[in-house]
Design a protein around this ligand. Structure first.
Ligand code: NAD
Ligand code: MG
Length: 381
């Protein structure tokens, strides 16, 4: 039986690349079937996907009034309706931001494995999602490239032998910019990513390295590793995605082309290793560089470590405050360097709160957003 796939956020960067993985699988021995998908506002992508994959059911999660004819479900309940009506083997969650958490919960509640690109789900609620997955005998397969790499490495080497994890970062477009110029950078400047073509939010997060902060939290939760044993290295070529150091002192690296279709391909075929049509890494003639990130250029990496030390509620607050700050920076309301200020001042509140249910998570998320919004209102440009 071919594997059936549902793609959430099909019009986004992860969504489009997931569709490409399905397309490319058609002529292979393990074809993947698009059973269903969601788009938020993009009617054009919805119609063209319906045309190309006539058996796929479509959810339009934006305003029902603007939904095109051809949507099987539309409006705020559309995601829940799609996930309860259509059975698939794997759900790819490519929704951006905290909204992805509800989608992850729904996928697992409807007994489907989760290929998880939406890192906010892990940052906000991994412990509860993992419980839900375990109760239903389901897997959470990381798609974020560094964590997909760590997933491969830890499965092959065995967690018991591993002393330390490393995730790499490109350093973003401002890696070598004089520090005093950071404050004048615009959102469009931040979105000119040197390696990856991604959504706007994650592109801005790559420039501040809040993306790496979120990924530190993500790695710590997924692999149950204290933050002091997870390193971040800047690696501008983005060929090495992650490394593990074993107790005997050896370092093992996962190396591949910087192409998100590779980790998506791996996740959709997991637990099998299946030939990929997306090229393979070639090291001859390549120079690979690694640097420590500078604290004053990327304070959001250190703020993520502080949040981890403070506990789960602080990690939720870190993500929420950063989402608000990035949206306001993208609207030219605050400066690039003020993103870290908003997150830092939000984290300065007390986050010693229990996180024992999804309601707790949504409450803490809301509280942090309100605090961050107030901070933005009072910030001097
Ligand atoms: P994107 O902005 O390109 O796409 C996100 C999609 O989610 C869009 O189609 C959008 O319409 C949809 N969406 C937004 N809000 C929604 C809501 N409330 N309900 C339903 N759908 C909604 O973003 P992206 O770059 O594809 O990133 C998606 C997720 O994957 C993020 O969590 C990101 O951190 C993660 N990720 C992305 C990449 C990448 O290379 N793009 C790599 C690693 C991880
Ligand atoms: Mg990543």
């Amino acid at each position: 039986m071919p594997k059936r796939i549902i793609i959430l956020g099909a019009a986004g960067s992860i969504g489009r690349q997931s569709i490409e993985v399905i397309r490319q699988s058609a002529a292979t021995e393990e074809p993947l079937v698009l059973a269903g998908f969601s788009v938020h506002h993009n009617a054009k992508v919805m119609l063209s996907l319906k045309n190309e994959f006539p058996h796929a059911r479509a959810a339009y999660t934006g305003d029902a009034a603007s939904a095109p004819t051809g949507a099987d479900w539309a409006g705020p309940e559309a995601l829940a309706q799609l996930l309860s009506a259509v059975q698939a083997d794997i759900v790819v969650n490519g929704i951006a931001g905290a909204a992805g958490l509800s989608a992850s919960i729904l996928a697992l509640q409807n007994r489907m494995h989760l290929a998880l690109a939406n890192k906010e789900s892990i940052v906000m609620g991994y412990r509860l999602l993992k419980q839900l997955a375990d109760d239903n005998e389901l897997s959470i397969i990381p798609v974020d490239s560094e964590h997909a790499a760590l997933f491969q490495l830890t499965q092959k080497i065995g967690m018991h032998a591993i002393a330390e994890l490393t995730i790499t970062a490109s350093g973003g477009p401002f890696r070598t910019l004089p520090l005093e110029r950071l404050a004048e950078m615009t959102a469009d400047d931040a979105c000119k990513h040197p390696v990856w073509k991604m959504g706007r939010k994650i592109s801005i997060d790559s420039a501040t390295m809040a993306n790496k902060g979120l990924e530190l939290i993500e790695a710590s939760k997924l692999f149950d590793m204290p933050q002091e044993h997870i390193r971040v290295l800047i690696h501008p070529q983005s060929y090495v995605h992650a490394m593990v150091r074993t107790f005997d002192g050896a370092l093992y690296a996962q190396i591949s082309e910087p192409d998100m279709r590779l980790p998506i391909h791996a996740a959709l075929h997991w637990p099998h290793t299946y030939p990929s049509p997306f090229g393979h890494a070639e090291l001859a003639g390549k120079t690979l560089e690694f640097f420590e990130p500078e604290r004053n250029r990327y304070p959001l990496v250190w703020l993520a470590r502080n949040a981890m030390d403070a506990g789960d509620a602080a990690c939720i607050a870190y993500n929420a405050a950063n989402e608000i700050a990035v949206a306001r920076f993208d609207a030219a309301r605050i400066r690039f360097t003020q993103i870290a200020q908003v997150v830092s001042e939000t984290l300065a509140h007390s986050w010693n709160l229990p996180v024992s249910s999804f309601e707790d998570i949504f409450d803490i998320d809301m509280k942090a957003r309100q605090i961050a919004e107030e901070l933005v209102e009072h910030i001097a440009w």
